[in-house]
Design a protein. Structure first.
Length: 470
């Protein structure tokens, strides 16, 4: 009742007394358009009732959001609870002492000294993709790229995080973990719109619930096999020395100890493997697809990137770690694509303590929504926000702009920001650089229609045409 009383003090869209604003979420493409309109009408904040039992406070001004983002916040919103049933309480969806401890244990896995070794994997996996796309060039037809991006990024994250090679791009099959990831993401989203399915015991009896929990069982067994195989291999140092070229995420998990000398349990490692394999390939494949689409739609920007790559690499085709810090214009294009096509459109948090803003006390346990998609397209902060303009992120322009850092949050905010953001940026640069060396990108349709999912999608997919430059 405290949450209801607090939210009633904030002006917002009128909703049904029982269903709330659920009519706004019946169709995801329509929902986004209506959501943008509501945000334009309420430019600071507003309450939104996904159901009568699931209200959130939407923070439409990044400066307002700053007042709510605190280290005590947790991830307990409804969609997070659904995803946690699948991934387990990994670093993405755990809270409290478990999250603090495991975040500290995992942070060394993303140190630059560890990331340096991954350039070999970026090269190998992207070379496979290049060979596939060279064949598509001969066909001379546009093709949808997200599936190829998904296979490539999954191969990369699996090798970098677990030193496991499945060669999914080569055999051309859809691995069941990828299928489970796609299905469970969709199932979590559709579950939000069903009042009955919010009750776990009823959801388990439904066809959707049976598929969801079957995918959960498979994902956890797959991750457990990966963990146990590596744990057994660590007992034989000679085997590790012969076959491994880098220290990976799983190695660090298996050897990390907290201040009391206690390591992570097998179950904890299983949760983290699922989390990183799912989040590490899904977000990056979406970011890569949108970036390549952006460059295809803006050939002058694409050519500047290609020229930058040529000046840096010359005739070399293999990327080295040191190369990735020498691509300033390409980096600007990556950031602008992340702004225009926001990979994760909405962020959600649960208040970890009572928070008073503008004379209203919002109680601990209330959910807040941080719509990064809205921040990235708000004309108050961005001139011509729907235009692709990488120079927004040029150092000389950034120094002139009086823009709050929360206006651009591609990797979330605060202590709960993305632990793997440096890894993701490296991967984006490496794959894009190699593709631009080999191909000229174009698209049969420069228009797009954003649709909401766990990551931003384009209605009808993202299509490219290629010209082989070899």
């Amino acid at each position: 009742m405290k949450i209801w009383r607090a939210l009633k003090k904030v002006d917002g869209p009128k909703g049904h007394w029982f269903f709330g604003n659920i009519q706004e979420t019946e169709s995801m493409p329509d929902f986004l358009a209506r959501y943008i309109k509501i945000c334009q009408q309420h430019q600071e904040w507003f309450p939104f009732w996904y159901t009568v039992a699931n209200p959130v406070l939407v923070l439409t001004n990044p400066i307002m959001a700053r007042k709510f983002i605190k280290s005590s916040n947790t991830k307990e919103i409804l969609i997070h609870k659904y995803f946690r049933e699948w991934t387990g309480p990994g670093v993405l969806y755990s809270n409290g002492k478990r999250w603090s401890r495991n975040r500290r244990l995992l942070t060394p896995a993303f140190h630059f000294d560890v990331l340096k070794a991954y350039s070999v994997v970026y090269n190998e996996c992207t070379n496979v993709l290049i060979d596939k796309w060279a064949q598509k060039c001969q066909e001379g037809k546009p093709f949808e790229i997200l599936d190829d991006m998904s296979l490539c990024t999954f191969d990369i994250i699996l090798q970098c995080a677990c030193s496991t090679k499945l060669n999914l791009q080569t055999n051309g099959s859809r691995h069941r973990f990828l299928v489970a990831s796609r299905e469970n993401t969709s199932l979590c989203e559709t579950r939000l719109h069903s009042m009955l399915h919010q009750f776990k015991f009823l959801y388990q009896l439904s066809e959707q619930g049976k598929k969801f929990y079957s995918n959960v069982d498979y994902s956890r067994q797959f991750a457990r096999d990966v963990v146990l195989q590596r744990k057994a291999a660590l007992k034989d140092p000679d085997t590790i020395d012969k076959n491994k070229r880098h220290l990976d995420f799983l190695d660090i998990m298996l050897t990390a100890k907290d201040t009391e000398g206690v390591g992570m349990s097998v179950d904890e490692m299983v949760y983290e493997v699922i989390t990183f394999l799912f989040a590490g390939h899904d977000t990056t494949s979406s970011s890569l697809s949108w970036l390549l689409f952006s460059l295809a739609c803006n050939p002058e920007c694409q050519e500047k990137c290609r020229k930058e790559v040529k000046e840096l690499l010359g005739d070399r085709t293999e990327i080295e770690y040191e190369d990735l810090v020498g691509l300033p214009y390409t980096t600007m294009c990556i950031k602008e694509s992340q702004r225009l096509h926001t990979t994760v459109p909405f962020l959600g948090y649960t208040l970890g303590e009572d928070t008073t803003v503008d004379g209203i006390t919002f109680p601990k346990g209330m959910d807040i929504e941080v719509p990064s998609y809205i921040y990235h397209h708000d004309a108050r902060w961005w001139k011509d926000p729907w235009k692709f303009d990488p120079t927004r992120f040029a150092p000389e322009n950034l120094s002139k702009q009086d823009r709050d850092p929360y206006c651009f949050i591609p990797f979330a905010v605060g202590q709960r920001n993305c632990i793997g953001q440096n890894f993701a940026l490296q991967e984006l640069k490496a794959v894009t650089t190699k593709l631009l060396q080999r191909f000229e990108l174009s698209t049969p349709d420069t228009s797009y229609c954003h649709t909401l999912s766990a990551v931003l999608k384009n209605e009808g997919g993202i299509w490219l045409s290629l010209k082989d430059l070899k």
